[in-house]
Design a protein around this ligand. Structure first.
Ligand code: NAD
Ligand code: IPM
Ligand code: MN
Length: 373
């Protein structure tokens, strides 16, 4: 029996997770895969009712799961960051899910915003998930002379930053510190190059801004060089601005992109648009030797929440990534094939894809196309 912690979360999170569960139930039943689900009511509702964001005890309960399936975090009633950092990032960091794998695939029959719709877009997007400007170090300084002490405590190291500021004639200053470690860069590069090898990919494209943020991304580049030599697979360096350009003009040139956390966040929304919409994109937050967490790339979409309009495919494909990671590749493939068939027909499209199909109807169609049906 494998145990899955389910965090439906906010906005459309619960709507798409419900659909993913329907697909999971069907596939696992037919294949006699024993999964046990436990729901955790985290998110805006829980926070507004109790004042609690994420209890230590909840982390402990989640640590006993084999995987976590999450919908989305974030609600207009709550100040930005409280839930996103307090739940989502906290989980990624706590479970050291240092890989954020976000495959960008344009399936047949899906309208993409690119002029030529029949592009063969298939990019393994590997986003570093625990460092960079996401580490949460920063402050706003409002008075003349001040000293701010910030610390970053990680398993392998502790970093303390004492920042002295004299505002002089300035009224206010805000700063945020990014961190890349050798260990952090090495392990994401190793994952990227191993994935390239597994998929027969002969070139890894590393994304950075080493021409401006020279320290952080200088270290990032060195780690990439070393991993390329270690794994015997070629690498190229590209600046993030140029990658954005090429992703739109010539996405086929990329097979595997490896990016630092922030650039990876931005570029994977761009990738989602290329593959036909944010509602289609899945993701896996992976700790290869720990608890991994699976969630669609999109957020809580408050603008369409409660309307039955959300595209459930991103969540459904995320649950397929979960099954694959849990060792059920055939079941994962069955889900992806069913999704592909429904999309290929072009008959069933949710509003984000320019259609009128509802959230639950989209799932009904996917269920019909599962191989065992
Ligand atoms: P968003 O991803 O929620 O929505 C962006 C746009 O895409 C919206 O127009 C939305 O309607 C549309 N969209 C998103 N998912 C869709 C789906 N499945 N089907 C159809 N349309 C879909 O991003 P946002 O509006 O910038 O953020 C909303 C909230 O979500 C914020 O609180 C933000 O912090 C949070 N957020 C959370 C996550 C996450 O939990 N992983 C990711 C991104 C944003
Ligand atoms: C994502 C989201 C998160 C991120 C936010 C909500 C913290 O945008 O999963 O892409 O930036 O990683
Ligand atoms: Mn994002």
């Amino acid at each position: 029996m494998q145990k899955v912690g389910v965090i439906p979360g906010d906005g459309i999170g619960p709507e798409v997770i419900k659909e993913a569960r329907r697909v999971l139930d069907s596939v696992t039943e037919s294949k006699s895969i024993a999964l046990e689900f436990e729901e955790f009511p985290l998110g805006a509702g829980h926070y507004l009712k109790t004042g609690e964001v994420l209890a230590e005890e909840t982390l402990q309960r989640l640590s006993r799961k084999d995987a976590i399936l999450l919908g989305a975090m974030g609600d207009p009633r709550v100040k930005p960051g409280i839930l996103e950092k307090g739940v989502l990032l906290r989980l990624r960091f706590h479970f050291d899910q240092y890989v954020n794998l976000r495959p960008v695939k344009l399936y047949e029959g899906v309208p993409s915003p690119l002029a030529d719709n029949h592009r063969k877009i298939d990019i393994q997007f590997v986003r570093e998930n625990t460092e960079d400007f996401y580490v949460g170090l920063g402050a706003r300084v409002k008075s003349g002379i001040s000293n701010t002490s910030l610390s970053l405590i990680r398993r392998a190291y502790e970093a303390k930053f004492d920042v002295g500021v004299d505002l002089k004639d300035e009224q206010e200053l805000a700063f945020q510190i990014g961190v890349i470690t050798k260990h952090g860069a090495k392990r994401i590069m190793d994952f990227a190059f191993q994935l390239a090898k597994k998929n027969g990919i002969d070139l890894v494209t590393s994304v950075d801004k080493a021409n401006v943020l020279t320290e952080m991304y200088g270290l990032w580049r060195e780690a990439c060089e070393e991993a390329s030599a270690r794994h015997g697979i070629a690498k190229e360096f590209q600046y993030v601005d140029a990658v954005a350009l090429h992703m739109v003009r010539d996405p086929e040139r990329f097979k595997l992109l490896v990016a630092p956390n922030l650039f990876g966040d931005i570029l994977t929304d761009l990738g989602a648009a290329l593959q036909g919409g944010l509602g289609l994109a899945p993701s896996a937050n992976i700790n290869p030797s720990g608890v991994s967490m699976f969630e669609p790339v999109h957020g809580s979409a408050p603008d369409i929440a409660g309307k039955g309009m959300a595209n459930p495919v991103g969540a459904i494909l995320s649950s397929a990534l979960m099954l694959d990671t849990l060792g059920h590749k055939a079941a994962a493939d069955e889900i992806e094939s069913a999704v592909k068939e429904v999309l290929r027909s072009g008959k069933h499209r949710t509003a984000d894809m320019g259609g009128k199909t509802s959230t639950s109807k989209m799932t009904d169609e996917i269920l019909k196309h599962l191989a065992h049906r």
